[in-house]
Design a protein around this ligand. Structure first.
Ligand SMILES: [Zn+2]
Length: 732
């Protein structure tokens, strides 16, 4: 990366000048060589787009990303804190300076949850008081800040409990089954569990413990998962040291996200709200997180039966189910209405101002948020700076680009949910896609080896091909194209024998746990999530800070810059394309895979449920998608298109994702309306959510109803694509 600013700006002006020349000549010579075409662009516009992208890609700078990162991680800034509100004002000010329009701070009044006092002590067989704090390190001054919170969980119930301790492994339902088999009940007891690997959302562990009748839940970080077993710990490496605490919320937002007291509508000031007792997303159990240093004395003083091998962690103790240990747990939470702030800014489109491309990232962090979300925020500020720069040079996108900084993502995806609910009707019509970045760089480049960190995006299947195409035009920090780096690291990390095919590169299974949720699952708009991953063991702890990122995670800040580039390129292509780059044949192929997985995982027989007709429908949808893609691509390449025709086609393409919504929602969770995408209570992805849950419950009547809903939606979309094709062909 070029770090000399004088050369940098000089290069840009040359490129800008070239762009003007090229754009002018492109008008008169629409010849295009294969390598220059872009999905959804006419040859002339593809050439102009490539020039614009060359200018754009020279703008993001690692040094600027580092500066932004230092600024946004300067102080702890959880949701509803003064520091987080100040940060919203800082972003708004920067966006105005960068040239963005209509910069607005939107306020939502939300039922918040912050700690008043939290304590934990062992009262038998010996006395021990847990510190519930993280150790300072001389090498990192930020770890000494008295503003760092102790241990707590957002939306824990308040209370005071003294009871016997039971170890329940990962706290998933099958773990309680095993306890039952061993004659152990957790009713009225305090349960201690591990943050599990594979990951299951802590709010699922809380609901499970609540259902089992436990009086309180302690979740600790075992070194087997994110500590010394994995490698060097902070401040010498990326993994969690003895005292690191994984804070978090335990909200049941897989039932309904956002402000728990305004389920389904926006928490604008003065909004009606339900009583907290009625809120389905609020836990009734008392819970807190622990470092392994605080958990170890509790575990090693147990004297009951030993656990099976699979339940053992990496601490040098004998792991036992129960025995002798009695614990006193105290949690006092302040649950009152607090203002949250969503910062928003616009660059109005020059041709199609009512078609919106939305980019966003959350701002609130459990402590400093070095990775989560500061790496995303730093990348976003480089994105907005670069887009502002393009605009100042008179290069305005065809469609409108909106940027949002969300608040309270960590609590219940709250800011994005309230904003999405407030503007839902408009978003359903106008939002082309939402491009989310939560943690941009959630891994340590210093321990990633020569291939580097893995690029691990997820996207609705219809946008997967355009994302793969864009990755070929971005350089990865390893020096290869991002596309090549993506293939190589996927092969390495998934232990594949060869590089994955293009269609297998993008993860098209999308769970919850970040701000894309309202747009996809509630409003039926296409989404992409972008980010790099790797070794990272300080999630939601005080050590997830600037030191971690600048010494261990991404010392060169090249990954931040690469992320800004791929984020910008996908946004620009969605904003500037002639025909929106949706590929519904890819969409259909993904559906066939999802259905195949559902069928084989659950061993569905035709006597239970007939799936063959659904496969046939998917095949019809695939053919319609292929045919439309080929005819429009062909005409676009030959320059044979008129703008009204393209516009009419785009309006039809925008309807497809909406048609996947069922306004009644999935059974039991009406807020989640998408028929193809949902999430499990663990936050894990869940395809065909209504159908899959019915099949897993062996409720064949409900499953048949869900098949009918899917069938109707696929038919509707197949007809839509066929009619789009015939209108297109007729209007030549
Ligand atoms: Zn996050």
């Amino acid at each position: 990366m070029n770090r000399r600013p004088e050369f940098h700006s000089c290069l840009i002006s040359v490129l800008a000048w070239l762009f003007v020349l090229f754009a002018a000549s492109a008008q008169t010579s629409p010849n295009d060589s294969q390598g220059l075409s872009i999905f959804g662009f006419s040859p002339a516009n593809a050439a102009a787009e490539r020039q614009l992208e060359a200018i754009f890609q020279a703008l993001p700078s690692p040094e600027k990303a580092r500066e932004w990162h230092r600024l946004v991680t300067a102080e702890p800034h959880p949701a509803a804190s003064e520091q987080n509100n100040k940060l919203a004002e800082f972003l708004a000010l920067e966006w105005r300076k960068q040239g963005w329009e209509d910069v607005t701070l939107r306020r939502y009044d939300v039922l918040h949850s912050g700690p008043r006092s939290v304590s934990l002590e062992m009262v038998a067989p010996i006395h021990f008081k847990a510190s519930l704090r993280e150790d300072p390190y001389a090498i990192d001054a930020d770890t000494k800040n008295p503003a760092i919170s102790g241990s707590y969980f957002g939306y824990s119930a308040s209370g005071d409990v003294t009871a016997e301790l039971v170890y329940a492994h990962s706290g998933n339902p099958e773990d309680y089954e095993l306890l039952r088999k061993n004659g152990i009940s957790v009713k009225g007891k305090i349960v201690i569990v591990r943050y599990s690997n594979p990951y299951s959302y802590r709010g699922f562990k809380a609901l499970t413990a609540e259902r089992e009748g436990a009086a309180a839940l302690l979740i600790y970080s075992d070194p087997a998962e994110d500590g010394y077993t994995r490698g060097k710990v902070f401040p010498d490496g990326p993994w969690g040291p003895a005292s690191h605490i994984q804070r978090g919320a335990i909200t049941y937002d897989y039932i309904v996200p956002g402000d728990p007291t305004t389920p389904g509508w926006a928490s604008v000031p003065g909004a009606k709200r339900i009583r907290p007792e009625e809120a389905r997303s609020l836990p009734k159990i008392l819970a807190m997180p622990l470092s392994w240093r605080d958990a170890k004395p509790l575990l090693e003083n147990m004297n009951g039966p030993e656990v099976p091998k699979e339940w053992r962690g990496a601490l040098p103790i004998t792991y036992r189910f129960t025995g002798a240990v009695k614990v006193h747990c105290h949690v006092d939470m302040d649950t009152s209405i607090k203002p949250y702030t969503v910062a928003e800014a616009w660059i109005r489109g020059r041709d199609l101002p009512d078609e919106w491309v939305l980019v966003g990232n959350h701002r609130d962090a459990w402590v400093y948020g070095g990775v989560d979300p500061g790496s995303g925020t730093a990348s976003m500020l480089e994105l907005t700076r670069s887009f502002g720069e393009l605009k100042q040079r008179g290069i305005r996108p065809r469609r409108t680009i909106i940027v949002c900084s969300w608040d309270g993502e960590e609590y219940a995806l709250t800011g994005s949910t309230e904003w999405g609910e407030q503007f839902g009707e408009e978003l359903k019509k106008k939002l082309v896609a939402y491009l989310n970045v939560d943690s941009a760089v959630a891994g340590a480049a210093t321990t990633a080896g020569p291939e580097g960190l893995r690029f691990a995006p997820s996207a609705v299947a219809s946008l997967a091909p355009m994302l793969v195409e864009a990755s070929k035009d971005v350089r990865a920090p390893s020096g290869k194209s991002l596309y090549e780096a993506w293939r190589a690291t996927a092969m390495r990390d998934k232990k594949l024998s060869g590089p994955p095919t293009d269609s297998a590169l993008v993860e098209t299974r999308i769970g919850s746990g970040s701000d894309h949720t309202v747009f996809l699952n509630h409003l039926g708009r296409p989404v992409i999530n972008l980010g790099f991953t790797g070794n990272y063991g300080v999630y939601h702890s005080a050590y997830d800070d600037h030191f971690w990122m600048s010494r261990i995670g991404d010392p060169s800040f090249e990954y931040h810059t690469a992320l800004t580039r791929i984020w910008g390129l996908t946004a620009l292509r969605l904003a500037n394309s002639d025909i929106l780059p949706f590929d519904f044949a890819a969409n259909a192929a993904a559906l066939r895979n999802f259905l195949g997985e559902l069928e084989s995982h659950n061993k569905v027989t035709p006597q239970q449920l007939l799936l063959k007709p659904l496969y046939d429908r998917i095949a019809g949808f695939e053919t319609a998608g292929q045919e439309l893609r080929e005819v429009t691509r062909h005409d676009l390449a030959s320059g044979k298109v008129n703008p009204e025709k393209v516009q009419h086609l785009n309006e039809q393409l925008l309807e497809v994702e909406s048609n996947w919504l069922d306004p009644a929602g999935i059974p039991g969770r009406p807020w989640f309306q998408h028929l193809l995408y949902g999430s499990r209570y663990t936050y894990a992805h869940l395809e065909f959510p209504g159908l899959t849950e019915a099949v897993e419950d062996a409720d064949w009547k409900l499953a048949a109803k869900q098949v009918n809903l899917l069938d109707a939606a696929i038919v509707k979309n197949t007809e839509l694509l066929r009619s789009a094709k015939s209108t297109w062909e007729k209007s030549n």
